[in-house]
Design a protein around this ligand. Structure first.
Ligand SMILES: C[S@@+](CC[C@H](N)C(=O)[O-])C[C@H]1O[C@@H](n2cnc3c(N)ncnc32)[C@H](O)[C@@H]1O
Length: 306
């Protein structure tokens, strides 16, 4: 039969379940069109509802819902910046906490005895890490590090036995340990070069060392006891090298005098740097049996909140 009008008469010839050709009537087509119209209306009304919720928009006709790129553009920057802001805030808070913790450890070590500091870090060795991270951040800001001055001073010299008291991470031994014998002491053995101890009592024999270094390490209120320990291990005429923060010393003469009282003689005082003073002393004899600790001679070196 000739199909004059596809939309009206016999619209289509479809295969039946048994493969027979089946006639599709005008009424069938109208019913299908109606069904399709209803389905489209249903889908459109669902889109409207979803758009109102602001959640997603239907793409295509399969009932698949996806976010439109416009929606993503609108939403992404807001949510990304929120998460960036959160992590920036979290980072700032974390830095502040780290700084506060460093300042607390630092202050504790400057206001207590070596023995108490030793007990504190032995109980919680993580304290050493926290302290040294904070200390390294401070050192980064200094125009010079006095430890570098000591390292350079040792480079050109004949073999020496050296005790680095309060060595930190034992950078002195790492730098000149092939040339010299360096004994490195600190509260925690951060690496294999270091022996953990209180520098008031180091495991070295009397008169066994040529040179003792205290680079910013006279931290305890009983620092005089550390100096006496240096005297014990130094041979006669052995060298004592001290670097200290200038602002810790309110009376330089009284400080030097107190050192000399422990069996030393001042050889050189370098005050050319505004931040640090470098002292060189020579052992002239054993230290006296009676002494006072004189914590008043060295103020704690407290770092500012940033
Ligand atoms: C300011 S840091 C200097 C570290 C190193 N000398 C430097 O210049 O890089 C002081 C060091 O002395 C150590 N220290 C302070 N009191 C100590 C004590 N009683 N016995 C052993 N080490 C001590 C601290 O643990 C710290 O590592």
């Amino acid at each position: 039969m000739k199909q004059s009008n596809r939309g009206e008469g016999i619209a289509k010839v479809a295969k039946g379940p048994l493969g027979n050709r089946t006639r599709v009537t005008k009424a069938d087509t109208a019913q299908k069109a109606l069904k399709l119209k209803r389905l489209k209306a249903l889908l459109n009304s669902r889109d409207d509802a979803l758009q109102k919720q602001g959640s997603s928009k239907r793409a295509g006709v399969g009932g698949i819902t996806v976010e439109s790129s416009q929606q993503r553009e609108k939403l992404a920057p807001a949510s990304e910046s929120a998460s960036t802001q959160m992590s920036a805030l979290q980072r700032k808070m974390k830095q502040k906490l780290k700084g506060a913790r460093f300042r607390w450890i630092n202050e504790t070590m400057y206001t207590t005895t070596g023995e108490k500091s030793f007990e504190m870090v032995q109980k919680d060795p993580g304290i050493f890490e926290e302290y040294h991270q904070g200390f390294a951040a401070q050192v980064d800001k200094w125009p010079i590090n006095p430890l570098d001055v000591f390292i350079e001073g040792l480079r050109g010299r004949a073999h020496l036995v050296v005790a680095d008291m309060g060595c930190g991470e034992a950078r002195l031994a790492a730098a000149v340990g092939k040339q010299h014998t360096i004994h490195s002491f600190d509260l925690v053995a951060h690496n294999k070069r270091i022996t953990a101890c209180n520098i008031a009592n180091v495991p070295l024999c009397n008169d066994s060392v040529d040179l003792v270094v205290f680079c910013l390490a006279l931290m305890g209120t009983d620092f005089i006891v550390f100096v006496r320990e240096a005297n014990r291990i130094l041979r006669q005429n052995g060298e004592l090298k001290i670097a200290e923060v200038v602002s810790r010393i309110s009376d330089m003469s009284a400080f030097v005098e107190a050192l000399e009282e422990q069996g030393f003689e001042l050889i050189c005082k370098d005050t050319t740097n505004k931040m640090f003073v470098l002292l060189e002393l020579k052992k002239t004899g054993p230290c006296p049996t009676s002494f006072s600790t004189r914590p008043d001679l060295l103020k704690p070196c407290l770092y500012k909140r940033r």
